[in-house]
Ligand binder design. Sequence first.
Ligand code: PMP
Length: 414
Amino acid sequence: TSMHQVYVESGKGAILKDVTGREYIDFSGGIGVMNIGHSHPKVIAAIKNQAEKLIHTCFMVLPYEPLVRLAERLCKVVQVPKPQKAFFVNSGAEAVENAVKISRYYTKKPGIIAFDNAYHGRTLLTMSMTSKVKPYKLGFGPFAPEVYHIPYAYCYRCPFRLKYPTCDTCCADHLKEFFINQSAAENIAAVIAEPIQGEGGFITPPAEYFPKLLKICKNNGILFIADEIQTGMGRTGRMFAMEHWNVQADIVTVAKSLAAGMPLSAVVGKSEIMDAAHASGLGGTYSGNPVACSAALAVMDVFEQEDIVSKASVLGTKLRSHFDILQKEFEIIGDVRGKGPMLALELVNDRETKEPAAERAKALVKYCVDHGLILLSCGTYGNVIRTLMPLVITDEQLNRGISIIRDGLQSITR
Ligand code: PMP
């Protein structure tokens, strides 16, 4: 089933057109996939050109240049300790699965720690790592073993009922308690976290959180995997979100905007870790398809030539000031959070009790789509409005989108 009954025919930049010719401003980007905009001419040209030359050999059988060149380019922009290696698969979930396999092989340990509110995919292993039970898990068990969950730094709804900064980010220290009460560090291969939790509600940890968490991992021989599938490729105003915290993960997963809509994902990590598994231990028929790799190379060119990361940062500042104004106007906006243009509004029925306003969030999304703006909600409680618009959106399109949200907020709070 689709969320909206809008049959889309074409897209350009941040605008989608349906089969009746009606235009929509796109604040969703197909869930964060279209960071450089719909139908970028460079991506179209790269796809056409590669399709005419070679569509498939299976890299495990016969190698080809676009994959090698993409691996080199990606290793230059993903921040993991040098020297690095990249490995390509087809979807976000598949990248996460492989990051786990690689971590287990390298550390010779089975345990994986993920977080409450996490989203890592819908395959058996990644579903087991995903935290929200309805709709992702209910009825789809039994789940993969050796997957654990611990609380995340959700400051607006602190799992420890404390306040930042007097809490001293004890949520990060909680990992040490976990080793005592749940599973020993000697059993854990990796901790995996989204630098900003995406589906969970754009939950954005404070400055000390990741440096503290990574230090605990390091001291205990545990790898840290950053799932940058939603936060990466310029989404937060940096190429990758971990840059905001000045720390480097051992392994990073990349997907979504990597190939502007072609199915492609990557695992990037320290060579020593990436090379641990035996030959042919990792792979897949379509993994790193030449057409998808060529599209991703064009995406890399566009990032450089159009300075997409700086554009994202400027867009983030504008969006934040719009949202701060909206929060002053509307009681229902309990929290504004995120980084760069990866921003969210958490809607509550009461700012004191913070009762989640899920029904009204749904009504707001519907109002916006009915009035020409494609908008997405998210959140463990279904009450968060998030922005994943193409980073190349024009000011005029942005302002029009915001004014539809404002009218929508008026309509749902009347
Ligand atoms: N990890 C994160 C952080 C995601 O946001 C998503 C997709 N929303 C995934 C993994 C799974 O990606 P895919 O849907 O391509 O399998």
